[in-house]
Design a protein around this ligand. Structure first.
Ligand SMILES: Cc1cc2nc3c(=O)[nH]c(=O)nc-3n(C[C@H](O)[C@H](O)[C@H](O)COP(=O)(O)O)c2cc1C
Length: 290
């Protein structure tokens, strides 16, 4: 963000702040707006990880009233580094035990959280998961007794049931082949990959139970990402493993040859402030081997 000689504020994006500032300040390559309002002062910089995020942020800042823009500038000394910001959101996230029933997550925000799940990594890139998003209070009431009566199930804004794929991880389903084929390779190479998959996973694929355990492990990665994404936008969550799997699957009328429940993930807003996290010391859980 630049402050112009008439004190107005100009917002733009660039891949090189110093170069662009020079262009605005002293060349023909600057914006029309800034060209007639020199000298300029660089008053605010924010980093974004890619152009699309930067453009969205630019648009959002441009729409802010002047007072808010000035606040951004004023707080810049207090701006946290990205590393600190990430740690902050990790400690903001906690296992929320009860949500505010009067606050609902917007469609845009729940889609953001689910989009992060979709972007998550999976073994062999199989993405064998599925996410059921429940906002049906009757169904939530039916599920609650099979989830240790936990209040999160009915007080949350959105209950995401994380499903681990079973059938689609079996070679004979054809899904394995089609998932691998997305990488655009010759048929012989694709055959080789499918064979490698089948032989590498022969034990894992030997029973639905083994497939479930492998599949569920991967859904946990997507689940963790969803919880972090939620925390990033001020939304609370709670990983829930305390449920009777078969009973929950029955209530949801799942065909368990295709999908089985790995985790329940309620999202919403906390009713009250949370106690600070308890964690083991860094040195107790980390060991460097050099
Ligand atoms: C896989 C998994 C299952 C969990 N299941 C439950 C659960 O059923 N009910 C619950 O209240 N918390 C559950 N938790 C939350 C943990 O108890 C909690 O994350 C842990 O005590 C640390 O607290 P914090 O997340 O608030 O920092 C679960 C967490 C994980 C990772």
């Amino acid at each position: 963000m630049l402050e112009c000689n008439d004190k107005s504020l100009y917002t733009g994006i660039t891949t090189d702040v110093q170069r662009r500032f020079k262009e605005h300040s002293s060349s023909d390559k600057g914006a029309k707006y800034t060209k007639v309002k020199r000298p300029l002062k660089l008053v605010y910089v924010e980093e974004s990880s890619n152009r699309s995020i930067a453009s969205k942020r630019e648009y959002a800042i441009k729409k802010l009233p002047r007072k808010k823009k000035l606040e951004l500038i004023k707080n810049k000394e207090n701006n946290m580094s990205k590393k600190e910001e990430f740690l902050e959101l990790m400690s903001f996230r906690h296992a929320c035990k009860i949500f505010d029933e009067n606050r609902k997550i917007s469609e845009e925000d729940i889609n953001y959280i689910l989009e992060v799940a979709r972007e998550s990594p999976s073994s062999f890139g199989m993405e064998a998961w599925k996410f059921l998003v429940i906002t049906n209070s009757e169904l939530q009431e039916k599920l609650k007794p099979f989830c240790w009566g936990q209040a999160q199930i009915t007080t949350c804004s959105h209950l995401v049931v994380v499903l681990a794929g079973i059938e689609n991880l079996k070679v004979e389903s054809g899904v394995v082949r089609s998932q691998l084929a997305r990488r655009d390779m010759p048929n012989e190479k694709l055959d080789g990959y499918v064979d490698l998959y089948a032989s590498h996973l022969s034990d894992t694929l030997s029973s639905d139970e083994n497939i479930y355990h492998w599949s569920a492990k991967q859904t946990y990665i997507a689940s963790a990402n969803m919880m972090s994404a939620a925390a990033f936008i001020g939304i609370d969550s709670c990983a829930i493993e305390g449920f009777e799997k078969e009973a929950v699957e029955k209530v949801l009328e799942l065909d368990t040859t295709k999908y089985q429940v790995a985790m329940l993930l309620p999202f919403g807003y906390r009713v009250k402030e949370q106690p600070s996290q308890v964690r083991s010391a860094f040195d107790d859980v980390v060991e460097f081997i050099k």
